[in-house]
Design a protein around this ligand. Structure first.
Ligand code: ATP
Ligand code: MG
Length: 558
């Protein structure tokens, strides 16, 4: 793939509208909100919405609310409420005192529903869900009026109050707005405002036996909070006339305007809470924070820095038309940030033992290694050179093709920060696999340069056999092997090779001893972060991302 071109950032159609509104003195303060439903963990699509809404509140005079749209107690849990707050904070945003719940407005929403009934604008419908669905019509055919549509105000009020009192079983009746069953916009064909649900709500407990629909609660919640610019994704564009209808008919304290933007879609990724929930429930991944998940929690565990996500969201911008962003763009932002911020260490993913035959037995020496090539303040550290080392299996070939410059019999290479070494012998097991190399080193090349000026074509990472530490390293590939996975049959598109476990890897002792959760670069291998599955005897490291975009190249090669 080609590296994404840096685009002009910071301006988009929503910010333009806000600026124009401020210029015309329509508002003195801009109020936005991020309104998650607490029915799952946040994903990177939500990060786009968070960065936009909280970003606007930082750039303009204003504030951004965090509001939980907790209208469906069947799917919502405290765990999700907690994780969403943690994730927004981790992304670098803060709602201050402005934490709200749609459930805080249940009383007011109920009062307003009674008002609609009294004004002849809502009615209790006894039809089943299926009957309602069938009578709704299609894009080309009008719907049919419910036989219960012309109930008297008194009967409606009585039934609605009894719904609230818990007199009827789940699904027995609903409250519907009385708008127009032949409206071209299906959302206006007498939408459901309340349904009966005998369910425990995380915040209101068993107080309610009826719950408002999302469509009924959402706009009024915005109005109660004085939201000026209510930003949502494009699929709600057709709901706007309904939201405006409520705002017009109800004595709301303010009139928010809704603006729709494109959802974030990413190649090789599904950003739907329904799919993500199923991935977790069906055990396709190890939880919401599995490092292969596109969730904020998954990316955090994988070592993705929040600054990389903010940069990504800035680069993709905010548009009015849906599109699919190449996941390579996200990876580019992660690499760029980690290259800048992470310290260098050495790790050998697939170790091959090397014995330096002319290095005295029992002797060791400390060599100096640089922690960050572009940041001298990161300092240096010592690594121990000795007679027995490990190199990467891939860095040796017994019968190399022409352009293989790394280690092969007779060929000389540089071991990073150490010496030039030359391969003099190969030891194999019964299966004919190379299990050990014999090498010699040139003591005159200490530090990695030859006084006679001779050159080598490869510099390789390595670790001392005695003092390096065994570790498990987890390499992640795309969770889906299809660039546009099928959300309705996603299991078929799962990549069977999305997780590769290297259980015999080795890392520098200092890395193993440190409990740091900062990602670091293992030279020539990529960026790695300590995983919470580490035990005192066995550190586990996850690869956040490789150094280069090998994935896109593999795809291009076919
Ligand atoms: P999903 O469709 O993944 O199940 P949702 O949109 O129902 O998620 P909400 O909790 O309602 O999830 O989303 C909270 C906010 O995040 C909404 O304003 C929604 O528009 C926004 N959002 C959700 N997914 C995306 C996305 N892919 N790109 C941009 N914004 C998104
Ligand atoms: Mg939603």
């Amino acid at each position: 793939m080609t590296e994404p071109v840096a685009t002009e950032v910071g301006r988009d159609f929503i910010r333009d509208i806000i600026q124009a509104d401020l210029d015309q003195a329509k508002y003195t303060e801009i109020v936005t909100r991020f309104p998650p439903e607490p029915n799952g963990y946040l994903h990177i699509g939500h990060a786009k919405s968070i960065a936009l809404n909280f970003g606007i509140a930082q750039e303009f005079p204003g504030r951004c609310h965090l509001r939980f749209d907790d209208t469906n107690p069947v799917k919502e849990e405290q765990e999700y409420i907690d994780s969403i707050q943690a994730d927004v904070h981790w992304l670098g945003y803060d709602w201050g005192k402005n934490l709200f719940f749609a459930s805080d407005y249940f009383d007011r929403l109920y009062e307003w529903a009674e008002k609609l009934i009294r004004d002849g604008l809502a009615y209790v419908d006894d039809q089943t869900q299926e009957e309602i669905r069938l009578a709704r019509g299609t894009l080309t055919e009008p719907g049919k009026n419910s036989p219960f549509r012309d109930r008297s105000v008194d009967e409606n009020l009585d039934l609605f109050r009894r719904m609230k009192a818990g007199e009827f079983p789940n699904g027995a009746r609903v409250l519907r707005a009385k708008i127009d069953m032949s409206a071209g916009n299906i959302n206006l064909r007498d939408p459901v405002l309340y349904r009966i649900l005998h369910a425990h709500h995380p915040r209101t407990g068993t107080k309610w036996s009826i719950y408002p629909s999302y469509d009924y609660a959402h706009g009024q919640s915005d109005a109660i909070e004085g939201i000026t610019h209510s930003i949502c994704t494009l699929e709600f564009e057709d709901h706007r006339p309904l939201y405006d209808w409520f705002i017009e008919k109800l004595p709301v304290p303010s009139k928010p305007h809704q603006y729709e933007m494109a959802r974030l879609n990413l190649t090789y990724t599904l950003l739907s809470k329904r799919v993500l929930t199923q991935l977790v429930r069906d055990g396709h991944v190890a939880g919401w924070d599995d490092p292969r998940m596109p969730t904020v929690a998954g990316m955090r565990r994988r070592g993705v820095p929040p600054a990389a996500l903010r940069e990504f969201v800035k680069r993709i911008g905010v548009a009015k038309a849906n599109s699919v962003v190449d996941v390579g763009m996200l990876e580019f932002c992660i690499r760029e940030e980690l290259n800048r911020t992470s310290q260098r260490r050495m790790g050998v993913l697939r170790p091959l033992k090397v014995v330096i035959e002319n290095y005295p037995e029992g002797q060791t020496e400390e060599l100096e290694a640089i922690n960050h090539p572009d940041d001298p303040s990161a300092g240096t550290r010592k690594i121990t050179f000795g007679r027995e080392l490990y190199i990467e299996q891939d860095d040796f070939m017994e019968n190399p093709p022409k352009k293989f410059f790394r280690l092969s019999p007779g060929n000389e290479v540089r071991l990073r920060y150490a010496y030039f070494v030359k391969c003099t012998g190969v030891i194999k097991n019964e299966a004919g696999e190379v299990v050990e190399l014999r090498c010699t080193y040139d003591p005159a090349t200490k530090g990695g340069n030859a006084p006679d000026g001779r050159k080598v074509k490869a510099t390789m990472h390595w670790l001392p056999a005695a003092t390096s530490v065994p570790a498990e390293i987890r390499i992640y590939n795309q969770l889906f092997s299809n660039p546009s996975p099928d959300a309705s049959n996603f299991a078929a598109d799962l990549n069977p090779q999305s997780l590769e476990i290297l259980s015999n890897a080795r890392i520098e002792a200092s890395v193993a001893e440190s409990n740091s959760t900062e990602p670091m670069q293992f030279e020539r291998q990529g960026y790695f972060v300590r995983d919470k599955d580490s035990t005192p005897g066995k550190p586990v490291f996850s690869r956040t991302i490789g150094l280069r975009d090998t994935f896109a190249k593999e795809v291009a090669k076919g």
